[in-house]
Design a binder for this molecule. Structure first.
Ligand code: AP5
Length: 237
């Protein structure tokens, strides 16, 4: 039976930041729908040009396009032992499609570093998605985080001008590339993204809660404290 983790939370909650750390700890690929769209946008593929229209307005890319993209990504060999999904699913239709695609693809098990985590994953093996950490942060903090975010051009490393600044302003600590502000990180677009989240993604919280896999995480703490909170919730400590 497949074992998969979905990271849920509003824009700016810290899903990407935490997902990278958790995927590394668990030894599974971090698959971010937003990152894949942005890579395609940079490369000016047909998918990127199509998605860019929605992204820059703070709207969701249509379900059929998004589902096909994720299906292709998680059918690759590196996801055979599990995957950490960040930003997908985001609508009820995507959540249903994910259940279907995971059972069709018959994915294997997450190789967990901690024994306790492995046990937790077996206990929670009720379907396909086994754990859904949902990061909760007040709206004013989300806006502050997103408008101050800076992203690395080469590999998408994420910083914040006040909360997580690079050593040298405007330069990525990891690969020396330029840091830029995402086009959808303006106050106006961020406000729309948060509205869209409440409308389209909030219902997934009930969906996963009813399945007993939702883990509510207080995201209004320093990055390391949030990470410890996620690990504790996953291992039931
Ligand atoms: P996507 O890239 O997924 O954006 P998002 O969900 O809006 O999330 P963000 O990446 O903005 O925030 P995050 O929660 O990852 O926060 P981060 O860790 O960076 O999607 C972009 C667009 O693509 C969507 O609007 C949509 O158009 C489209 N799309 C994507 N998936 C789709 C789907 N499934 N269906 C349809 N359309 C889709 O942190 C934010 C900032 O805060 C950073 O600067 C960070 O350094 C800082 N920070 C993080 N944690 C903390 C902390 N604990 N304390 C202080 N600062 C912190």
């Amino acid at each position: 039976m497949a074992k998969q983790i979905v990271m849920l939370g509003p824009p700016g909650a810290g899903k990407g930041t935490q997902a990278k750390m958790l995927a590394e700890k668990l030894g599974v690929p971090h698959v971010s729908s937003g990152d894949i769209f942005r890579e395609n946008l940079r490369a000016q593929t047909e998918l990127g040009r199509h998605a860019g229209v929605y992204i820059n307005r703070g709207e969701l890319v249509p379900d059929d396009v998004t589902i096909a993209m994720i299906r292709e990504r998680i059918s690759r060999r590196d996801c055979n032992d599990g995957v950490l999904l960040d930003g997908f699913p985001r609508t009820a239709a995507q959540a249903e499609a994910l259940d279907e695609m995971l059972s069709d693809l018959d994915k294997g098990q997450v190789v967990a570093v901690a024994e306790a985590l492995d046990e937790m994953l077996s206990d929670l093996d009720k379907g396909q998605v086994v754990a859904v950490p949902c990061i909760i942060v007040p709206e004013d903090v989300l806006i502050e985080r997103l408008t101050g975010r800076r992203t690395c051009r080469a590999q998408g490393h994420v910083f914040h001008i006040a909360f997580n600044p690079p050593v040298q302003a405007g330069v990525c600590d990891f690969d020396g590339s330029e840091l830029y502000q995402r086009e959808d990180d303006t106050v106006e677009t961020v406000t729309n993204r948060i509205r869209v989240y409440h409308e389209r993604t909030q219902p997934l919280i009930d969906y996963y809660q009813q399945r007993g896999v939702l883990l509510e995480i207080d995201g209004n703490r320093p990055i390391e404290a949030v990470f410890d909170g996620i690990l504790s919730a996953l291992t039931g400590v």
